[in-house]
Design a protein around this ligand. Sequence first.
Ligand code: SF4
Length: 705
Amino acid sequence: MTDSPYSLLFEPVDLGPKVARNRFYAAPHCSGFGVDFPREQAALRGTKAEGGWAVVNTEYCSVSPECDSSPKHSARLWDDDDVRRLSLMCDAVHAFDSLAGVELWYGALYPNRESRVVGKGPSASRLFGSYVTEQSCSTMTKTEIRSVQTAFVAATQRAVSAGFDIINVYGNPVVSVTQQFLSPVFNRRTDEYGGSIENRARFWLECLELVREAAGDTCSITARLLLEPDSDGIGLNEETAAFITFADHLVDFWDLASGIDEAESGSSRFFKENWQLPELSAARKLTHKPIVGVGRFTDPSTMVKLVQSGVVEMIGAARPSIADPFLPAKIAEGRTGEIRECIGCNICLARFRQGVRIHCTQNPTIGEEFRRGWHPERVQPIKETAASDVLIVGAGPAGLECARILAERGVKRVHLVDQEAIVGGQLAWVGRLPGLSEWNRVVDYRTNQLKKLRNVEIRLQERLTSEDILEYGADAVVVATGSRWSKDGLSSVTQAPISGFASFQGSVLTPELVMQSSEVLTGMTAVVYDCDGYFVGPGVAEVLRRRGCEVVFVTPHPTAAPFTSYTHEVVGYNRRMNELGVRSIYNASIVEAHPGGFSVESVFGAETQMVDADVIALVTQRLPNDETFHELASDEDALAAAEIRGLYRIGDCVAPRLIADAIFDGHRLAREIDSTNPATPRMFIREQVGSAPYPDATPFAELDA
Ligand code: SF4
């Protein structure tokens, strides 16, 4: 390692009672496992330790039954059963000489749907902007303050028993009581816990003192502080700066991140790698303790520069460690070209917010380590009885991933054929939408890997008909022909094309056609009709606006890109539409086409208006390109005569979905192509609550107090 330009990243870091074996810190992030799926939790975190992360953290970990996030699954340290469950994770992390960290959390403004207890906060508050009326909390009495602090102490003692090495007292200005006390927005108290910064910091400082005392010298203590900039955007605001000064003697190191909501897990659409540098640099001036900083780091050169600059001692990463749990190992082994870089799409975050287990666009194995036994870097050799020539028709995300895994498994010959001049399928143009260039990493990673595999042949600009496929000579065929956007306005709103669509005399574009053209549209008006609700509609609107036309954005949704409320981008997308001067008509659908425009009706049925248009861009619905598959599937005799033993379909040609799901589909088939029935996914291990804790309980009998 000493000759490597990245050797600095592999120096140990002194974290007080514990020493991290290198500078890679897998930051706390949600998994959807919590304590409810302890083996999946352990396998996920243990895999990161195996991949070289010196510190591996849990997600937010509730300290008390007064704080739950049901139906989402958080970690918890409420009792000894939770200790047993999380000890599996600690063991898995320790097996690779890494340190296990736990992020202790009391939410206050969480709705506590499992316990049905009202959360307690610094002052009675309701979460701003929330339409969930129960996201409110009561004002803590001083007795309740002691009670919550005692819960942190008890959770610390349990964390020590579970085997954790690092106790992180989590702050967040919105969802964590510690930083809510610090915040003048949520803290309106007039006693010694409110008013001055010193008073507002008191609750968190006392927690840190108590946690430190409870842990003794067995664990390193840190606080995750979400930094907020000052009004000039140069330094930190008064309370976050002051807190670093006040608490510096109580922590062994700082776990710092930007605290503005959309910037905390900034997407690549709006935030580029290392965007938190200004806040981290400001924090550096206030402490000599080691700092962990995040910034979606995937480039080892950026990491080295950041450490050399003295701003941070450890490279924190949540998403890069999800996309590639082996990122540190690849840097250490000089395999930087093999890093599967996070694309900053935030689907991992979206899936958690939707209440399901972790997903990732780049890494289909994340969360599948235990239940499917998938390792991110290892695959089973293909069985000798399996197909030797596999033809994959379509080199989009699903086809590329399927080819990669089949080839890595040792299939004799993998033939990847596409009708286009370049690989990538829809990503060939999606990556050119404004701000989405990092999404090209999906294709870049897979093509780089495929180049190293001698058993893969990629053939482009070849359009294979069903007959061609039958005559190809493959003994297994995988159809991965993707999807296309509807050209007649078929949408989920009406389940039908736009009425009278043929009468429209202007230009009809789909997103693909918009991106194929560079035509200047000055003086024209384009309607973007977006029923999709994700990134494509606003992206197309921006492209058209930049070509000089007026844009009218019509959507049945109440906002642009509503799905991106899950990905932390909805503010960014809507702000951008306003900056561009796009005229938006929300809660509306196109009900009829006319030669010069469209009738647009409120989805509430109240009013109809006429919108003139020279161009319409239809972002309404995608349709599977499944004709070839069905032609082949309908003629079993022809398949038998061609000695094709297996015919499969993957990705969007099954049903148009997220890129993450298309990649998963291709990966899954390649892992299971030599199973008994490859077309049907193998059953995965279902991790269930295995015990019956109250075998003698009588129904409806209330438990003793
Ligand atoms: Fe990165 Fe997207 Fe994977 Fe999340 S889902 S880790 S943002 S690639």
